[in-house]
Structures are given as C-alpha cells and as structure tokens.
Design a binder for this molecule. Structure first.
Ligand SMILES: NC(=O)c1ccc[n+]([C@@H]2O[C@H](COP(=O)([O-])OP(=O)(O)OC[C@H]3O[C@@H](n4cnc5c(N)ncnc54)[C@H](O)[C@@H]3O)[C@@H](O)[C@H]2O)c1
Length: 248
C-alpha cells in the first residue's frame, strides 16, 4: 500500500513506542515525516531510519510548539497528516496528587493536543488532511491510579469530536484511537509502582479478549487507516485498539 505517497505528516512523540511505529508505517506507505519529540536523539534516530527529519518540541510549551510546527512545515512544504501522539503519565492515586501533577499530566496529554492542533490547523486546512489523536481506553472506562490521565484522555475524545465538526468544511477529518495496554516504555513505567503495578497490568491483560498486550505496530496500523483516504467517510470517531478492553 502507498496510501501516503506525496503527503507530509507530523507525528508528535515520534521518538518512541506507538509514535515511532507510526512514523515507520506512514513512511513505509510513502509519507515524508517530521518526527517531533522532546527527545532529540531519539527523534533523530527514528527520522534517520525513514529519511524523515527530527523536530525538537515540547507539546506543553506553546512557544516551542509554534516554532516546532513552523519549522516542520517549512521543511515539508505542506502538511496533510497530524498525529497527536505525545503523551505521558505519573501514576498516583488522586488523593495523593497535587495541582502541580494535574497541570503536568493535563499539560502534556490534553493541552498539548490543543496546542499542536492549533498551530497545525491552518496548514491542514490549506489542502485538506487528517488528524489522529491518541486517546486511551483510560478516557472511556477510567483507570485507578491514572485519574488525571483518564480525565485528559476523555478530554481528547471530546475535542476530537468538536474539531471534526469544525474542520469538515475545510476537508479535514479528525479521529482518535483509544489503545489498551500496549507494550511500550510508557506501559513498562508502571513497574515503578512495584507489586501494585504488576497486579494492575495482569488484571488489565486478563480483561482483554485475547488476553495479551498489544503492539505499537498494531496501533500504528489503525492510525494509518484513520489518516488515509480509506477512512474518507470516518470522522469524529474513537477507535479502540485494545483487544476489546472496552466494547462500544
Ligand atoms: N502504551 C500504552 O499502553 C498506551 C495506552 C493508551 C494510550 N497510550 C497513548 O499513546 C501515546 C504514545 O504512548 P507510548 O506508549 O508510545 O509512550 P512512549 O513513552 O513510548 O512514547 C511517548 C513519546 O512522547 C514523547 N513526549 C512525552 N512528553 C512530551 C512532550 N511534552 N513533548 C513532546 N514529546 C513528548 C516522549 O519523549 C516519547 O518519545 C500516548 O499519548 C499515550 O498516552 C499508550
């Protein structure tokens, strides 16, 4: 398949996990890809694999986002695909959390999506395109120990629906994917919780229908579908890529 021949893409959080798999998938199908991440060395490594280029940006910092998106679009010439993938979590029960943690987790996972979308929309609207946002099943079913992250991801789902309605007149579609437990560095960081984290992971995997973790490549395949013309009549949707962890 060469669904992205002649198209340009920006993938935030492209240095690792689902983002890196998405960069590889889009590039394998013909896209030129800007790999945007806080992690400069990681972004350069992934970009180097696919003849793309790295952009250093922090999605939680509006100035950094504006400069990063501008430099990506200048290098690419135009933008047809935006994948808002950068995300993180700091596991904590809500009663133990504080406003600093709320601001950090919401800042990356929700506000970051708003900021990058705001900076990218004029370019996407110029020629039509597609946005794919990384939500999470946490945003639909709620995860104990990830309350702020769950709130942020629910926000991403609501934002995706509204922006899909606002952007249709410009030929821009917006969808989200809601991964379940996917084997990436972010999921493995649950190990910092020790036995509680291990139990949560075991029970979560048991709650999927196939009773296994997903792979970053399986999520990237769904992202590529939603970003492609195969999904021309799909907008405002959230596609679970979670082994049926939740079923809607
Ligand atoms: N792994 C899972 O089980 C899972 C489940 C549901 C949703 N997700 C979502 O998928 C997305 C990708 O997660 P992953 O598991 O591949 O994680 P990951 O930790 O492997 O990769 C995340 C990438 O985002 C980058 N990043 C983090 N904060 C950033 C910031 N402020 N600015 C720019 N880049 C930043 C990191 O440097 C890293 O390269 C995230 O939005 C995450 O919430 C993951």
């Amino acid at each position: 398949m060469n669904r992205f021949e002649g198209r340009n893409a920006l993938v935030t959080g492209g240095a690792s996990g689902i983002g890196a798999a998405t960069v590889r998938r889009l590039a394998a199908e013909g896209a030129r890809v800007a790999v945007a991440d806080l992690d400069e060395a990681g972004a350069r490594d992934v970009a180097g694999e696919v003849d793309g280029f790295a952009v250093v940006l922090d999605v939680s910092d509006d100035d950094s986002v504006r400069a990063g998106v501008a430099s990506a679009v200048e290098e690419l010439g135009s933008l047809q695909v935006l994948v808002n993938n950068a995300g993180t979590d700091r596991f904590s029960f809500f009663s133990n959390s504080d406003p600093e943690l709320w601001d950090f987790v919401l800042g990356v996972n929700l506000r970051g999506v708003l900021s990058v979308t705001h900076a990218s929309l004029p370019h996407l609207q110029a020629k039509g395109g597609a946005i794919v946002n990384l939500a999470s099943e946490a945003g639909r079913i709620g995860v104990a120990g990830s309350s702020i992250y769950s709130a942020a991801k629910a926000g991403v789902i609501g934002f995706t629906k509204a922006i899909a309605r606002e952007s249709a007149r410009y030929g821009v579609r917006a969808n989200a994917v809601a991964p379940g437990p996917i084997d990436t560095p972010l999921l493995r960081s649950i190990g910092t919780l020790g036995a509680v984290g291990e139990k949560w992971l075991r029970l979560t995997v048991e709650a999927t229908a196939p009773k296994r973790l997903g792979t970053a490549e399986e999520v990237a395949a769904a992202i590529a579908f939603l970003a492609s013309d195969d999904a021309a009549y799909v907008t405002g949707q959230t596609l679970g890529v979670s082994g049926g962890l939740s079923m809607w």
